[in-house]
Structures are given as structure tokens and as C-alpha cells.
Design a protein around this ligand. Sequence first.
Ligand SMILES: *[C@@H]1O[C@H](CO)[C@@H](O)[C@H](O)[C@H]1NC(C)=O
Ligand SMILES: *[C@@H]1O[C@H](CO)[C@@H](O)[C@H](O)[C@H]1NC(C)=O
Ligand SMILES: *[C@@H]1O[C@H](CO)[C@@H](O)[C@H](O)[C@H]1NC(C)=O
Length: 269
Amino acid sequence: MRRLRLAATAAPHGVLLLLFLPLVAAAGPAAKAPAAPPAPPNVTTAMAKGGCKAFADLIAASPDAASTYQSAVGGGITVFCPNDDAVRAFLPKYKNLTAEGKAELLLFHAVPVYYSRGSLKSNNGVMNTLATDGAAKDYNFTVQNEGDAVTIKTAASGDVARVKSTVVDADPVAIFTVDTVIEPVELFKPAPSPTPAPSPAPAADAPKASKPAHHPAPVVADAPGPAATDSPPADQKKEAKKSAAAGAPSCVRWFAAALAAVAMASTFA
Ligand SMILES: *[C@@H]1O[C@H](CO)[C@@H](O)[C@H](O)[C@H]1NC(C)=O
Ligand SMILES: *[C@@H]1O[C@H](CO)[C@@H](O)[C@H](O)[C@H]1NC(C)=O
Ligand SMILES: *[C@@H]1O[C@H](CO)[C@@H](O)[C@H](O)[C@H]1NC(C)=O
């Protein structure tokens, strides 16, 4: 500090500028180095493209739901969007809800945590949703594996919702389609309890030998994976090089054949 002050008083301004220029120049590239992560996708647009157009339209028509979805994206979100058939079948019930009830139902279809498809399978249990009042722990549902499928249910839904396709699965956003609208007990009366079915033996969960053993994804899925994102491009490059190398000889051969044909044609002309 003292030395700096001394330099400032002693040196002419030009010299000072020269002294600090390298520092400024060095700060530029250094600040740029950590590449800005790509902006998270627009969830409603992604849903609409991925088979949940009707559900995305309902969100867009509910200012409360739209703004909550939008602000939840940055912190991680997993959306279970009912497909268009499911929403169409549910519309009479939906229209019966108050504006607040509609917003709650829409927010009930997303969890404020990013779960990859793999980590969803290993994170069974009760989950809070965007509709949950943090203190009350209400508006929750139960995620459960059923065979190879991941299902979601509440005490109110007659049907369990099955996770179908993956629309987006890139930290911090996952969007999966489900085949039915999930009904929170807070808005719908619990379904009359069905006749107790013979409970399946716990052996149903035994791992199947035919499935390749995947290591379950980490439960806390927000660890950035530069290694994981780096490897596919490298592989692709290798693949591209390989196929280019494979393509070259046949290309040359084709050209040679064409030349020969032209040569032959001219000798016969
Ligand atoms: C997402 O797209 C919709 C429709 O195009 C738009 O209204 C909304 O503002 C977008 N949201 C964000 C966060 O860009
Ligand atoms: C709409 O609400 C009314 C009054 O609660 C109820 O009687 C009716 O069955 C509801 N309709 C549907 C389609 O849920
Ligand atoms: C889930 O929601 C129900 C109904 O609001 C509530 O009674 C229950 O305590 C909640 N469960 C958990 C684990 O938060």
C-alpha cells in the first residue's frame, strides 16, 4: 500500500498508466474464462413443443402460475406436464376451479428441484411442489417406481400418472410428460378407497438381470459436470473424423471410376 502510494506520487501519470495497463488487460480474458452457462430454456415453450401444448396454454393464461414457473427455473425445476389428451379430459373439472385453484393445480405439476430421469427413479417418496406452502407441506404427491415406470399419485387421484417422455433433461430444468392430470387432495376429494388389492410382494422391486446396471445418479443433482459435458463432443469429433476417413477412399474411387468412364466414352466416340 505504502509503496503504491509512493509510486503514485513519484511517477508521472504516463508511467502509472503503463504500470496498470497490463493488469487491466489481464483482467479481461481472466473474467471471460468461466463460460456463461447457456440460458435455461423457456419452460412453457419447451412444454408446448414437447406434447404439452394445452398445459402450457393454461399456464400462460394464469399470471400467478406463469410468474411462479418463470422464477423457479433458475433454482432448479422438474415439471410433470400432462399431455394434451389428459388436459382435454380434465378441462370440465379445471373450468370448475377458482382462478386461485387453477393456479394451484398448475403449480402442483412441478417440483422445485431438478431431477434427471435417472435420479427420479432413485428418489421415490413424498415431494413438495411449487404449490406447496412451505410451512404447511401441503400440495405434495408421492413418486413411486412401478416396474420400469415412474408414477405419481395422491390420495385424490383415481389414476396414477405415469411419466412418459422426456421433453428436457438438462440441469437445472427437467420436463417430463405424464399421461394424466394429477389431482391434489387440497382441491379434490380423495377417491373412494378401492377394494384393497392383494398387495404385491416387495420382491417386485428386485433388480432385473436383463437391465444394464446403471449407477444411480447422485441424489443432489446440482453438481456441475464439466467432464460429462466435455466428453460427448470429443467422441463426436472422433466419430466425425472416423467417418470422414472412411468416406475419403470411396470418394476417390468414385471419382476415378467416373474419370475412367469418361476416358472410355471418349475412346468410343
Ligand atoms: C416464454 O415464452 C412465452 C411465449 O412465447 C413468453 O410469453 C414468455 O415471456 C417467455 N418466458 C421467458 C422467461 O422468456
Ligand atoms: C363443478 O362444481 C360443482 C359444485 O361444487 C359440482 O357439483 C360439479 O360436479 C362440478 N363439475 C365438475 C365437472 O367437476
Ligand atoms: C402431504 O400433504 C398432506 C395433505 O396436505 C399432509 O397431510 C401431509 O402431512 C403431507 N406430507 C408430507 C410428508 O409433507
